[in-house]
Design a protein. Structure first.
Length: 139
């Protein structure tokens, strides 16, 4: 790297973890003076915690189910997927909502898998753990 280029670009000499969510870095300027660089959000926020129906629960009639989860701080939307397989290749239902629950349409009797992730501004969490329930046609 040329000497001219080195003088224009400060180098990062120290990075400090200020809080779980933020990094602040100090760098040296061209004259050796210390400058403070921008604070950059880096840590991932955890996914929503699923609430109901309970994992592995059998559900009888009615064939409409309400999926519920706990809030994630700062989330403005939640993405929800309901699938017929554990790998979510056969997604039966997918939506985004501001609510902490959604109600399914009429479900056919079978096993369903579901998960949720939170959307926060321009970021999103990982998917929650996958839960399943068994929809049956008998009470």
């Amino acid at each position: 790297m040329s000497t001219e280029k080195q003088k224009r670009n400060p180098t990062i000499s120290t990075c400090l973890l200020l809080v779980v969510m933020l990094w602040a870095c100090r760098g040296g300027g061209p004259s050796g003076t210390e400058i403070m660089l921008d604070v950059v959000p880096t840590a991932a926020i955890g996914p929503p915690t699923l609430v109901s129906p309970a994992n592995g629960r059998g559900i009888g009639v009615p064939l409409i189910v309400r999926l519920r989860w706990k809030p994630v701080p700062g989330a403005n939307l939640y993405a929800v997927e309901l699938a017929k397989d554990t790998s979510f290749r056969w997604i039966f239902f997918s939506t985004k909502t501001e609510s902490l629950s959604i109600q399914t349409s009429q479900l056919e009797p079978r096993r369903y898998y579901w998960h949720v992730k939170a959307l926060i501004s321009d970021r999103e969490t990982e998917w929650s753990g996958t839960w399943w329930f068994l929809q049956s046609s008998t009470p």
